[in-house]
Design a protein around this ligand. Structure first.
Ligand code: DHB
Ligand code: FE
Length: 280
């Protein structure tokens, strides 16, 4: 049987991808950001998953605003890096796991979560930047990746509670898969940021740190936080953090311990937050 062995949580700032691709990661502005991921890169190399279910949001890249699924699962053999306006990132093509993805879709949809099945899609910075942060610049990504896209760009996004429950359903799906696979679930986006309007540039370190504390120790309670609080305290794009609750829900109800925790400001317009969690 397959198992969810860990959760990884990270911001997915597009400028981080640009810094990697243009060889700027050692520059003074970026060095502290990449330094913060070194322990996680070593941890991932030592705890290599077979498959990562990577929870992220598409930023009107694969899904134009004509069609925006609330939850979508990538069931294709592979996913190419998207052209977000300046050419595709020079990173490996993502290899999917169509069998496990189809199994998760089957199980989760039977559990009353309406996933959209996606058989062809390019993946944007929401998915590729976390891979770069965790894996560096390999010729091929070290594991298969199932993209799980959550709508946080078009009103109304799903609640934190729904995301947390979806994570639990994903765990159940993984545990009912016949082959013995090591599966990690990653949640991406956040932390506090707002990209537009009078509050552009908003950073709320206290709220972010409390979010990290509660994600570790009180995910059930954290899942009750309403959208309004994310918007007020963490900015309009802070709502991306609901995706972390999918990954946390997939870790089950046993306590979690932080293998690594990192928080840094600034990175482009956001606070970078990062956790690697294992079940205690
Ligand atoms: C930025 C961060 C994001 O998560 C994103 O999707 C786009 C831009 C930023 O900090 O610039
Ligand atoms: Fe984003």
């Amino acid at each position: 049987m397959a198992r969810v062995t860990a959760g990884v949580f990270t911001s997915h700032v597009p400028a981080i991808g640009v810094a990697v691709d243009l060889g700027k990661s050692a520059e003074p502005y970026w060095q502290p950001v990449f330094q913060g991921y070194e322990p996680s890169k070593a941890w991932l190399a030592a705890n290599k998953p077979d498959v990562v279910v990577l929870v992220y949001n598409d930023h009107a890249t694969a899904f134009s605003l004509d069609f925006v699924p609330t939850f979508a699962i990538g069931c294709a053999d592979e996913f190419r890096p998207a052209d977000e306006g300046w050419g595709p990132r020079p990173v490996p093509v993502v290899q999917g796991h169509p069998q496990l993805a189809a199994h998760i879709a089957q199980s989760v949809i039977q559990d009353d979560f309406d996933l959209t099945v996606v058989n062809r899609m390019d993946v944007d910075h929401g998915l590729t930047v976390p891979l770069s942060l965790m894996c560096g610049q390999p010729d091929a990504w070290p594991c298969r990746v199932i993209p799980l896209a959550v709508n946080v760009v078009l009103f109304p996004p799903p609640s934190g509670h729904r995301c947390y429950q979806l994570g639990k359903a994903i765990r159940k799906a993984v545990e009912s898969y016949g082959e013995g696979l090591n599966v990690q679930v990653w949640g991406t986006g956040g932390m506090s940021h707002q990209l537009h309007g009078p509050r552009a540039g908003l950073i709320n370190k206290e709220w972010d740190e409390a979010f990290l504390d509660r994600l570790i120790a009180d995910p059930e309670g954290l899942s009750q936080v309403p959208h309004l609080e994310y918007m007020r305290e963490a900015g309009a794009e802070g709502i991306e953090l609901v995706m972390w609750l999918v990954a946390r829900g997939a870790m089950g109800s046993a306590p979690a311990r932080a293998v690594h925790r990192f928080y840094h400001v600034p990175a482009s317009n956001t606070a970078v937050g990062h956790l690697v969690l294992e079940n205690a």
